[in-house]
Design a protein around this ligand. Sequence first.
Ligand SMILES: [Zn+2]
Ligand SMILES: [Zn+2]
Length: 587
Amino acid sequence: MINIKEDEKLSILNHSCAHLLAQAVKHLYPSAKFWVGPVIEEGFYYDIDLGDEVVKEEDLDKIEKEMKKISKDGKRIYREEISKSEALEKFKDDPYKVDLISRMDESNTVISMYTQGDFTDLCRGPHVESVKELKYFKLLKVSGAYWKGDSKNKVLQRIYGICFDNEQDLENHLKLLDEAKMRDHRKIGKEQDLFMTHELVGAGMPLWLPNGAIIRKELENYIYQKERDLGYEHVYTPCVGTVNLYKTSGHWDHYKENMFPVMKVDEEEFVLRPMNCPHHMLIYKNKLHSYRDLPIRIGEFATDFRYEASGAVKGLERVRCMCQNDAHLFVTPEQIKEEFKKVVNLILEVYKDFGIENYKFRLSLRDPHDKDKYFDDDEMWNNAENKLRDVLNELNIEYFEALGEAAFYGPKLDVEVKPAVGPEVTLSTCQLDFLLPRRFDLSYIDNSGERKVPVVLHRAIFGTFDRFSAFIIEETKGQFPLWLSPTQINIIPVNNAYHLEYAMDIKNKLLNLGLRVELDDRDEKLGYKMRESQTKKIPITLVLGDNEKESNFVNVRKYGLIETENIAFDEFIKLVLETVKNKSKNI
Ligand SMILES: [Zn+2]
Ligand SMILES: [Zn+2]
């Protein structure tokens, strides 16, 4: 989706459209007073004080009509520069403008206002030359917003809109917005009872409901098995640590703004942990290691807490409490290449299983002309960067290099995935780290008996389970593949009086195979129940009547299809188990 703010021409157009909106609102609500009308990534908004009146979604139409009328009138837009005292006099009846003007410093700001027809607004500009140019716009939504973002202040009405310079672009954009709305994981999450939030628990702290918990557990089992196969050892560690732990790791100096504030318990100071590396460093340090023990791979599904502004939190996508699919691999410098290759291969394998095809590998490297910015070990850097490159080349992976984007402590690989709608998301990362093992004084004994420092690879395949789930919900539109679906099979007896017993028998057999099955024995019409099975996006619906009962068959309807198929029950079981095992979309 286009970022309006980054496009200069569209920025001017959208900001001018905010004025057009204000003018139309003034015509319809003469007492309206205006705060600010900035351009944002998604278009523009204007914050408006309407006294006791409230603009509702359904009022946007009439405001839009008025905007169209003004635009057709085609008045020119004039800029005028005035002194501070003139401005204060001109806008003296408007406390919002007075607030803005009185904070302006005349010595370094030019105060200007823009007039179009009967409407004048204080503004820096620039604007388009005439309201005629504002033709292809749409008002999108309205919400409340505290004046100056402060909850002690009055709530203003914030009206959002977007403007383009041609009809086609506007239409395409509105289509994308519809698509995004349909896929929004918060909407699907509600419809399918996947997760909820509650103000008593707090912003950015989702609660996973039973259906969502099934999906999360399946994801955990899936990646756990893959990691076990690769020799990872999983641990559990507490989601708090002392301030000293994060002083040792260095996070206290560089990451404090993203952490929750300190809690004092007796004489100790604790924080909710923002990441798990320090805990895992200490687990490594718990024992002496020889080069023969390495690589040591410590994995954890670990809950972390990070500060996000309350306005920025969003469903499962941006949260303050998250569960990382985290692991730290402790390797000798010689093992970097082999271990990194395994991580990349794991990423590729997982993406294949989830049908993720649209992604880019980004290799973040040190800026060789600005070495001061990085951990000082030339040989280590060159060596490591070449190895990472080699792996990507050997695996024939397309990637791009981001010079100067490496962290202070080592190069890293990110995978940016392009979702069906919306901006790219970074799901997987693998980061090399020369520094943290030193800060924790980690070591191993090499083959000549010398004490050496291991290199650490931080890696997350799903990223967090929260964000990955949000991604999967939106990609699948809530039509989960059979293995992930909270309910896999819904059984509907044609007539409870005759077929319920057979249906219960089938249900129990499927449950015994570990499948997630529901039996709909409500006294509702068959057609109604079948429709509901579709609305709930259950992958398989079985309809059982006389024919099925007599021959031990099932009548199978797959999600999204009208036609049904009669299959022997034994055959059906085989198909279902195979589909679940292969993680295929449906039988
Ligand atoms: Zn303006
Ligand atoms: Zn880490």
